[in-house]
Design a protein around this ligand. Sequence first.
Ligand SMILES: [Zn+2]
Length: 628
Amino acid sequence: MKKIFTLCTILLVIAMAAKITTAQTKERKDVADKYKWDNSIIYKNVDEWNKDKETILAQIETLSSFQGKMGKNAELFYTTLRIYFDIYKLFYKLSDYAFRVADEDLRINANQSLNQISTTIGTKLGEAASFINPEILSIDAEKIRKFFDEKKELSEFKFYINDILRLRPHTLTAREEEILASAGLITSTPTEVHSIFDNAERPNATVKLSSGVKIELNAANYNKYRTAKNRKDRELVMKAMFENYKKFQNTMGANLAGKLRADHFYAKNRKYETVLKSSLNTNNIPVSVYENLINQINKNLPTLHRFLKLKAKMLGVDKLYYYDLYTPLVKSVEFKYSVEEGQKLLLDALKPLGEEYVSTVKKSFDEKWIDYIPTTGKRSGAYSSGAQYDLHPYILMNWTDDYESVSTLAHELGHTMHSYYSNKNQHFVDAQYATFVAEIASTLNENLLNNYMLNKVKKDEEKLYLLGSYLDLLRTTIFRQTSFAEFELEIHKRIENSEPLTGEDMSKIYYGIVKKYYGHDNAACVVGDYIAYEWAYIPHYVNYTYYVYQYSTSLIYATAFAEKIINEGQPAVDKFYNILKGGSSAYPIDLIKKAGLDPLSSEAFDLTMAKMNKVMDQIEDILKKKKK
Ligand SMILES: [Zn+2]
């Protein structure tokens, strides 16, 4: 049951990284009610919240009294699980409310304290429930099968139980588990070192721009100035940024190698041949899904090279350099949308998903599931939370009247619809979806919005802007993230094969992969030698294990589903509901298969690359027309 927290945190991080809102001046009390979410249907007041808090604390006591009894008979086995999941459901209601209220105004201490109380309860619950998995594993499989025959109500927990049993070969004795858990105090060191070093202690480079202005290259300035209009400035900024990392490559490399060895330590002790196997096995994802991603994307590099050549042409440069990549293809167009206009646009854009879907989206607008307006003290960014199992999801927005706001809402509505339908169709135990499928429904909506807008806008500049930003998205999310995934696999392999791996080795490996992806040798894009140190700038390697590949797979599957839905209509939509309604009632790969795509085949890649080529055809047509 830990997964919802991981998922939400990660989604939150993505959403926040995607959009940093500017300082807010409006006060919440000055915002009309129709733009605020309605929290009062969860709890009317804090007294009600406190009542549930007391209930949960009492039930935690009850749960503890079941320790050691699960294997006795079917009735006790069932009752333990019943109590456990009922407390969790109530706890989600309680903690989600605390989060919602706190996020409205982060300055109000009373609301923050609700949050802290619910975090403490969460820890207590986790501790009280920690006997459940080992106890299930201590009962032999035949006995559990008999329990299922005797007690029909147990079928609700079948997938959950089977998943615990599936991991039996990788679960150790209680004492060994304890030792592994305590090793966490040591194995988390590389992540901490990286955070302190990269965010605080590493000196930043300073550059003098062509305007004479001197800037320090912290993360924010690097992001800003790598898209500078003046090409010399772009080169200067990128070169200085990564040559600065070069100075620390061996320190940062040794630290990253430490993290990789920690991953290997856990995988090996849990009897996995590789870290990849161990990491993907959490959600029963075959290693071939990862390998297929890398192989298919390598096969489709000519499509990326076509894009790079087109980009050179559109930027009006002879040769494209890596430092040109973040410069937008065309100058941005100002689209203006009020909340109401945005809602109307989305109701039209999401029509390909069918009447049922659109009517639920409309319900989310009418029944105040969404908090739109940026106000003083409100949490920045955007997210969707699906933790209110018996109610409906909530969306936090910071609406700024632009197209970005509309597409962010399209994205968050994807998460919300996914949560809504999964909550409605699955028992609580199977309602939370896995990270591997989490970004499919959301990016599918972004795809549909983009398609709709392309048919709607009239001016060539507007079309070029939409097509251009779409291509940039595919470049960064599909190709760039897969190149990261390839690097991650390669450095893990070195450790697993007991080969030496220094920071300098990492730079060599990284540079080779980037040159291959960007067609350095066939003149698609020149990759300066200082790009070799870019790996040190990417925090994911030291913060996560085999995570980034899911950015690519999600967008590839979402694009392929969007293509199927547009081409095949309702039958494709009906199949897609297998994901929307599926929660975690089956493994992610099986849900995607049921929805009509085989993650082990080339179909999703073929559809996505065909779409990317089609978009480039459209751009070339407009450019030709403009020339005449
Ligand atoms: Zn998302």
